[in-house]
Design a protein around this ligand. Structure first.
Ligand SMILES: Nc1ncnc2c1ncn2[C@@H]1O[C@H](COP(=O)(O)OP(=O)(O)OP(=O)(O)O)[C@@H](O)[C@H]1O
Length: 242
């Protein structure tokens, strides 16, 4: 499979701290669903931030569709087709659902080639999340936690991304909402969008993704087919408590 995202020799550190990522190599093929699992502070969010260019200082290479990202400004990366939905919901509380979604379309830029028109994207997002359509005039801040997470995800999709990077989309949600969220991720993936998912819920992440990486203290210590990782004793002991 052709690589959509190819990371190699990636190290990252924050201005104020010690190195967080060490010589990380990871790839996502066109249309692939990949997950990164690991304990708290392993560096999962930092890895996603390095891809979107917000936060850590990086060394190494992050190539997206043949373009080296490390020299590209963070605000220009969404226009290449990368949507980052960070941890926490980050909706604009005093803007309507539809205004929140419009911001996503704006971030993609008006002239991106191959971009579906914003009204089509909006219908696609409303098709995936009918509850957002019902509440399109409601302020973002008045939505339930699950609805806000869906709005954050919908805003990312308004970018018409080729790669969706998601940080803990199920954090703090009730189990039924978590399942709904993961069903929607499967739908989005079926529509041809590649997904890189960071998730605390390891069994769920490995059941929706096709491949996974285990990040430990900033290093990839294990990787492979999701089904294989789910059966791996090291994963079962460390992350599933089995
Ligand atoms: N802005 C920052 N400045 C300095 N250090 C940071 C910053 N953000 C994160 N770190 C540090 O980087 C390390 C990795 O954090 P990161 O958030 O990437 O981990 P994580 O695997 O996503 O964990 P969690 O699941 O708890 O979010 C931690 O030790 C954290 O304290």
């Amino acid at each position: 499979m052709t690589a959509l995202l190819e990371i190699s020799g990636l190290s990252a550190r924050y201005a104020t701290g010690a190195p967080v990522l060490h010589d990380v190599a990871l790839s996502v093929a066109q249309g692939e669903f990949v997950t990164v699992i690991g304990a708290n502070t392993a560096g999962k969010s930092t890895l996603l931030r390095a891809i979107s260019g917000v936060g850590p200082r990086v060394e190494g290479s992050i190539v997206f569709e043949g373009t080296e990202l490390t020299g590209i400004a963070p605000h220009a990366r969404p226009r290449l087709g990368i949507a980052h939905v960070p941890e926490g919901r980050h909706v604009f509380p005093e803007m309507s659902v539809e205004e929140n979604l419009a911001i996503g379309a704006h971030a993609r830029g008006a002239h991106a080639s191959g971009k579906a028109a914003a009204p089509e994207r909006l219908e696609m997002v409303y098709g995936l999340f009918p509850r957002l359509k019902e509440r399109r005039r409601q302020f973002g801040g008045t939505l339930s936690g699950g609805e806000q997470q869906m709005l954050a995800l919908g805003r990312g999709l308004m970018l018409d991304p080729r790669l969706l990077i998601l940080d803990e989309p199920s954090l703090g949600l009730a189990p039924m909402v978590v399942e709904e969220m993961h069903d929607r991720l499967v739908d989005i993936h079926r529509n041809g969008v590649a997904i890189l998912l960071v998730e605390q819920n390891v069994s769920l992440a490995l059941s929706v993704a096709s491949r996974g990486y285990v990040l430990q203290s900033g290093q990839i210590v294990l990787s492979g087919e999701a089904g294989g990782l789910l059966q791996d004793d090291r994963v079962r002991e460390a992350y599933l408590g089995i």
